[in-house]
Design a protein around this ligand. Structure first.
Ligand code: SF4
Ligand code: MG
Length: 326
């Protein structure tokens, strides 16, 4: 299947007092229609910055896109004139935010916020736009949508509010949706319902879905393919199933091994030892070497490129064949 969205060698720098640092350092992936790609990693790994760069909503300065391309059906979003870029946002590619309270306007009824999209992007009149907004609320299963349309965000539960955020993202029927930790703020049961909703809408609309998460369980519920990010780079590219059964990078192995088999999902995960490197203090060689149980002297100086290893999978590790041995 051909790619809807193709990100190639994306690079984002931050200008800090300590100088220029690489927040996203040569990230490439693609998503086809009907495909769900999980972008996995700890916080600070560059996942959200990648999403913001794709969406064109980076804070710049201090962030600056310094390289790469983001092709949406062949058009490079990074070089599109600002007006066309704005038009594409929402109607062709949309973002589901993590925090529904900050994604919604607190002083506007929810249906009005959805209706605004139809008025601005589709030139609909007031009543037509409102009707479509209520329809959209119904599609994301807000019970009694018509009677709740005039309510304000704070009058909804966290889960219902996240449904409204999803309704806004889907309102203009985008081809690609990026969901950045869409369920992190929710309890486990509601989390599963929201993921089901996203997966169902994705199938119905044949969208490309990019699911950004630190939670392997979330990825497993929705995604078929995954990239694992560490310190601004992709360190493994695999199908989700393969990632679980047989990770080909020590970092992924640590993530998988840290999943408690006997705890309900959403419980606090025992983290793998050590901290991800800060932006301003990247170690030389392999970025993971200070935490890696397989590290050799070579790893301190010699940066491993992301390369094909087996079964169409990729790993950025000199010693990937030793992962999971012991
Ligand atoms: Fe560990 Fe070395 Fe592989 Fe990096 S290259 S992940 S330090 S074994
Ligand atoms: Mg984030």
């Amino acid at each position: 299947s051909s790619a809807l969205l193709e990100v190639t060698d994306l690079r984002v720098d931050f200008h800090t007092r300590a100088g220029r640092v690489h927040a996203v350092d040569g990230v490439s992936f693609s998503v086809a229609a009907g495909e769900t790609l999980a972008v996995l990693g700890e916080s600070g790994s560059g996942k959200s910055v990648t999403a913001q760069a794709i969406m064109g909503i980076l804070d710049s300065p201090p962030a600056e896109i310094v390289g790469g391309s983001v092709l949406l059906e062949g058009r490079d979003l990074l070089t599109l004139p600002a007006a066309q870029r704005r038009a594409a946002r929402g109607s062709e590619i949309a973002l589901v935010f993590q925090d529904s309270l900050s994604a919604l306007n607190p002083v506007q009824p929810v249906a009005r916020q959805i209706a605004e999209l139809y008025r601005i992007h589709r030139g609909m009149g007031r009543s037509e736009a409102w009707r479509r907004a209520v329809e959209m609320m119904d599609r994301v299963r807000i019970p009694a949508a018509a009677s709740r349309a005039h309510d304000y965000p704070h009058q909804f539960s966290g889960g219902m509010r996240q449904r409204i955020v999803i309704a806004m993202a889907l309102a203009l029927d985008p081809k690609v949706v990026i969901a950045d930790e869409p369920t992190t703020a929710l309890d486990v049961t509601v989390q599963a319902q929201i993921l089901d909703l996203l997966a169902e809408q994705q199938r119905e609309r044949d969208m490309g879905l990019i699911l950004i998460t630190h939670d392997l369980g979330v990825a497993a519920q929705v995604a078929t393919n995954a990239v694992v990010m560490y310190a601004g780079r992709i360190v493994e590219r695999s199908r989700v199933r393969d990632l679980f059964l047989d990770p080909v990078h020590p970092y992924s192995h640590g993530l998988v091994a840290s999943i408690p088999r006997d705890l309900p999902r959403g419980s606090a995960l025992p983290a793998i030892p050590g901290m991800p490197p800060s932006l301003t203090a990247r170690p030389g060689g392999c970025q993971f070497h200070p935490r890696c149980p397989l590290a050799q002297p070579r790893c301190r100086t010699d940066e491993p490129p992301l390369l094909p290893v087996k079964d169409g999978r990729e790993s950025a590790c000199h010693f990937w064949t030793k992962v999971g041995e012991r």
